[in-house]
Ligand binder design. Sequence first.
Ligand code: ATP
Ligand code: MG
Length: 250
Amino acid sequence: MKTNIIALCGKGGVGKTSISALITRILAENPGKKVLAIDADPSVGLASALGFHAGKTVDDIRNGLIADITGGMSGDKGEIVSRLDYEMFSALEEKGNIAFLAIGRPETEGCYCQVNNILRDIISAIAENFDHVVIDGEAGVEQINRRVMERVTHLVLVSDESKKGLTVAGTLLSVAENAVDYEMAGLILNRTRNVSDGAVIPEGIELLGALPEDDIIREADIGGTSMLHIPECPALQALRTCFAHMRISL
Ligand SMILES: Nc1ncnc2c1ncn2[C@@H]1O[C@H](COP(=O)(O)OP(=O)(O)OP(=O)(O)O)[C@@H](O)[C@H]1O
Ligand SMILES: [Mg+2]
């Protein structure tokens, strides 16, 4: 089984978390598929967008281990790996065919590269048990690769119609082109109000689709309703059509 690893990147506030949650929902509508949603944003918005409660994060696990090592705990690499392996599996929250994992804060002071590498390997190993992995990333894709897992297959840039948002998307793509080995990259334009407005898409970016400004999304966020439970709505419908462009079969 080959796992699709879909990472969402883009300027702040453009809709990455909402769209990550909706992508997770659409992928999980096929009961035969398993989906892992990873929150790589320290402010853990994806948990509430999916109705999970964000317990232990990867960062908590990492800090616990580092505290034990600096407190004098000895242990060979094998023991450390099996402890981290166990803790990571217990940090996974599951609901039906969806599992959730939060990364927590980015690297703290000091370099614990070995621990970081072990954690990344464990996340990659966990990911292999899923058909799809959706990563809501605050950071650029190269940070996702460094912190979360080595490989992203689908890079989804998200932007509103603003020049600022689209410039950030263009910059992220050019960084990713040099730093990351993904299979496809494309842009989702979010919160469009009028298709004829014609936002200027940076050259070389494939447009996957446009999601309209949608009161159901906005109200769900205000009320704290999970994106798994909102009714069918225009933004959700528009997102469904993006999957063909992403070359992902549902
Ligand atoms: N298509 C849409 N229609 C209406 N509101 C939307 C839509 N997409 C996102 N929003 C709203 O925009 C706000 C920002 O969305 P969201 O939190 O998903 O963005 P983000 O890119 O994850 O932000 P951050 O960079 O802070 O993590 C939220 O209040 C959300 O409900
Ligand atoms: Mg977010």
